[in-house]
Design a protein around this ligand. Structure first.
Ligand code: ARG
Ligand code: ZN
Length: 866
């Protein structure tokens, strides 16, 4: 049934503390929970506890006496006690079967270890409890298990006693001094190796840092450990936030529904975001490790010290923490390139969500299954909302706002409104209208038009936002639009502004609040070109009136790297979209070649950014610029332009490629990473030249790191090269022992643009290394195919859609959360023509017909059909 924000009621009881004893056995686990409840004034004496259907209730006691059968009712999801005293100790004993838990929620068994995942509502599968984020209490945990198979016993907080129990069993105790909601509870028991280090906080607390992994992965933890230390230092420096326990434990497990989990003092991670070595991980993988390690660490304050009142407030912790991890990564790597990466993700995943049947606000108002709301809207658009506040009030006021937020809410469960109020009070800004970003779904469109009066330049901005499910009419947003004026010789022009905005470091941030609003810049030199939406200052679709020549000018001259990239992309896209609609075959105009060769010759810019400037817009991005999707034509037009660039600039491409090669020897320094990025973009063009096969194959053979290896392998996987099958087989044979590398092997085949991809992907589900039980493996094959391979997923005969529908049903039997995450691509039927539209709806219908479908999948499939 549907849960609604407007129905929120504060909990009727507080809990002073909970004592948990876990008795772990090979084939079952027994959990004894003793909690001190206290009724709030005016509350009734009935007590409702959450509890899932997969556990047995062995005992239920109040103050040590069994609760008589006629005093409680138990359904599949609730345990209701008719009448309880004002203050009492509740005793609950449950029995669980972790080995049978393929849902990977609650307590489960993975790769020889017991572990937990409690967010959002997993704790109710461990014991009966008020499993909601606004019930905070102190946890004391004791774990008892077999000494041999489970030498490592971990839970939240600081370590307490441990010892031997005889009979080959032992125990360990953990105390967490910080009250927390149940979703932050964690336990790990198993046979794990550990990398240890330490960190001293600014105020002198000595913190023990441990990363637990399986023995054979111990050599791949260095980067995660360094990232953790950098995160700790960064949060002290930038936000004045220190760590607050004596230990920080991270455990990596291979079966995990999401990326990682910020459990207090005991983060549990997907191995994908911990393990990294140059031989097995790409540069992008390294960056993701650093980002996710940072993300979970930053949650310690934004999520754990201040948590969420209810799950509608999820973006309070997730949007803010994504913003924090983005800033951290920007400071550690390249701010310009990081911003491009983030904008690309937003456009590729969040914009489609916002435009389709699953659109919802950053703060949703209703849900059936909360796990379906861990979305790119809540996370990534949520981060953009925080970023806009940062732009509107400025960095100093933002920091003051953060301080005030912690001053007011430390130790509490708060709301998005509390956050906005703190920012408002600290800055004096009026953010009333701004709050619409939390409640309205959909991506706004902003149209910018120019006019001139004498020497004044008038920029008129107009905003609109299309209806989304349940929201017919949208009110105008308050959005910060960062813009600059680039003078005729490339210099920044600073002109007096008439209108709501201010100049800051060469850019002007204007506040767009009306549907239609003008900004007059006084006395602007002739030939000045406006650079609009610098840094992508608001998550909108911008429509402007710049000519091709003006775009080409900004692509080279603008001081803002985002606009340089965006102008380049716009220029390429304009041409490609035209090619697609006219089915044209002509030679690209001179201007495009000029811009491309200009970027190729640019020695002053960071090579990582040059790499992006030389990359054509992706097929998905191009599709978004079209009324109705024409997947094959997009694919062909893009390939044709790439080939034209390769032909026209072959010498320059090869020269640059060679010169980057000269700077040799593997290193993980920023400069070396940037060179690899550029070189691998160039390789894409080289592969299209006459001896492309040879060069690509050589590149593959000579690669001394996974970044270069995957760059070549991905080209080979797309190709009709003779070596293709042999190379793929060799790669598999070489890496069959390494799950994360084999995930790449599946992904690279799922992404292949070859016309036989759908049948190959289907075949791969029968491969010895494929399993429906491991979420990483499912994502690497099925999500990569359906979410990233536009041309093959949208195969005209509907085979891609039918395949995905079958997979959703198969996975749902084992793991509803992960199955639900596969649904979204089928909901995009509004973007395609017949017969595709009909095939997509048929595929959704076929899922709906299945009996015993989970609520998770049903909610999304029904919405997708609506
Ligand atoms: N809070 C985690 C993070 O973003 C995500 C865990 C969500 N898990 C889930 N099953 N919904 O860091
Ligand atoms: Zn998070």
């Amino acid at each position: 049934q549907e849960i609604r924000l407007e129905d929120y009621e504060a909990p009727a009881f507080t809990i002073e503390s909970i004592n948990l004893i876990f008795r772990l056995h090979d084939d079952y686990a027994e959990v004894e929970a003793r909690s001190l409840f206290r009724m709030k004034k005016g509350a009734g004496s009935e007590l409702r506890l959450d509890g899932g259907p997969y556990m047995d209730l062995l005992a239920l006691e109040i103050d040590g006496s069994p609760v008589p059968d006629d005093q409680f009712v138990k359904s599949a999801e609730v345990l209701q006690l008719r009448s309880v005293p004002e203050k009492f100790e509740l005793g609950v004993v449950t029995r669980l079967r972790p080995r049978e838990n393929t849902r990977l929620e609650g307590l489960y068994f993975s790769g020889g270890n017991f572990c937990t995942q409690c967010e959002a509502e997993g704790f109710r599968h461990i014991t009966y409890f008020p499993d909601r984020p606004d019930v905070l209490t102190r946890y004391h945990v004791r774990i008892e298990a077999d000494t041999k198979s489970c030498p490592v016993l971990l839970s939240n907080g600081n370590p307490g006693q441990k010892g031997d129990l005889g009979d080959g069993r032992h125990f360990a105790e953990w105390n967490d001094p910080h009250p927390k909601p149940s979703y932050l509870f964690a336990l790990v028991a198993g046979n794990l190796a550990c990398q240890n280090d330490s960190y001293t906080t600014a105020s002198g607390r000595q913190v023990d840092l441990n990363i637990y992994v399986s023995e054979q992965d111990l050599d791949k933890c260095d980067y995660a450990m360094q990232s953790l230390k950098r995160s700790m230092a960064w949060d002290e420096e930038v936000f004045g936030l220190e760590y607050d326990l004596d230990v920080y434990n991270i455990v990596a497990v291979s079966d995990f529904n999401m990326g990682a989990m910020e459990n207090k003092g005991l983060n549990i991670f997907n191995t994908k975001y911990v393990l990294a070595s140059p031989e097995t991980a790409t540069d992008a993988d390294f960056d993701h490790v650093e980002g996710v390690i940072g993300h979970e660490y930053f949650h310690n304050w934004t999520g754990n010290r201040v948590t969420c009142r209810d799950w509608f407030q999820l973006s309070l912790k997730e949007g803010l923490t994504v913003f924090r991890d983005q800033e951290f990564s920007s400071d550690m790597t390249s701010r310009a390139v990081k911003r491009l990466d983030d904008v690309r993700v937003l456009r590729m995943l969040q914009f489609p969500e916002d435009a389709g049947p699953l659109a919802h606000p950053v703060r949703p108002e209703k849900y059936i299954e909360i796990n379906n709301f861990y979305t790119t809207t809540v996370y990534n658009k949520g981060a953009e909302v925080i970023r806009m506040m940062h732009s509107i009030i400025g960095p100093e006021a933002f920091r003051k706002g953060m301080d005030l937020y912690f001053e007011r809410h430390d130790g509490q469960a708060a709301t998005c409104e509390d956050f906005a109020a703190a920012m408002e009070d600290a800055s004096g800004a009026d953010l009333k209208q701004f709050r619409l970003w939390y409640s309205q779904a959909g991506t706004p469109k902003v149209t910018a038009r120019r006019s001139h009066e004498g020497r004044d330049l008038i920029i008129t901005l107009e905003q609109s936002c299309a209806p989304s499910p349940g929201q017919g009419v949208k009110l105008p947003y308050h959005m910060p639009i960062r813009l600059g004026l680039v003078g005729p010789n490339g210099g920044e022009v600073t002109a007096d502004l008439e209108g709501d905005g201010k100049w800051e470091d060469g850019s002007c941030i204007v506040n767009l609040r009306e549907t239609h609003q003008s900004f007059r810049f006084k006395n602007v030199p002739e030939g000045t070109v406006p650079s609009i939406l610098r840094g992508f200052s608001a998550p909108v679709v911008l429509d402007h009136d710049l000519s091709d020549d003006e775009l080409a000018f900004l692509a080279v001259q603008d001081s803002d790297p985002f606009v340089r990239w965006e102008s380049t992309q716009d220029l390429y896209s304009r041409y490609l979209v035209k090619q697609v609609s006219e089915d044209g075959e002509g030679h690209p105009p001179e201007l495009l070649l000029q811009v491309f060769t200009g970027h190729l010759a640019d020695k002053a810019t960071d090579p990582a950014l040059v790499a992006e400037l030389l990359t054509l817009p992706g097929e998905i991005a191009l599709g978004q610029k079209m009324e109705s999707l024409a997947p094959e034509r997009i694919h062909t037009a893009r390939e044709t332009l790439a080939k034209a660039f390769a032909d026209a600039s072959s010498e320059n491409i090869i020269d640059l490629y060679q010169s980057l090669k000269a700077a040799q020897g593997y290193s993980h320094e920023q400069g070396a990473k940037a060179n690899r990025r550029l070189r691998n973009v160039l390789l894409n063009y080289i592969a299209l030249m006459p001896d492309g096969e040879e060069t690509t194959q050589r590149r593959y053979a000579e690669a001394d790191n996974m970044t270069d290896c995957m760059a070549a392998l991905s080209l080979i996987s797309h190709s009709n090269f003779d070596c293709r099958d042999k190379v793929l087989q060799e790669f598999y044979d070489k890496w069959r022992q390494n799950d994360l590398v084999i995930d790449k092997w599946f992904a690279v085949q799922a992404q292949s643009k070859r016309s036989d991809t759908v049948s190959k992907v289907r075949e791969l589900t029968q491969h010895e290394a494929f399993t429906f039980k491991n979420p990483n493996r499912l994502r690497s094959l099925i999500s990569t195919f359906s979410m990233l391979n536009q041309v093959r997923f949208h195969e005209k005969n509907g085979e891609g859609y039918r395949f995905l529908a079958e997979m959703i049903v198969r996975v749902d039997e084992l793991n509803p959360q992960t199955a639900a995450r596969l649904v979204a691509p089928l909901g995009r039927w509004g973007r395609v023509d017949e017969p595709r539209k009909g095939f997509m709806k048929d595929a959704l219908m076929s899922v709906l017909k299945v009996s015993n479908l989970s609520d998770d999948v049903r909610e999304l499939v029904e919405k997708s059909l609506a």
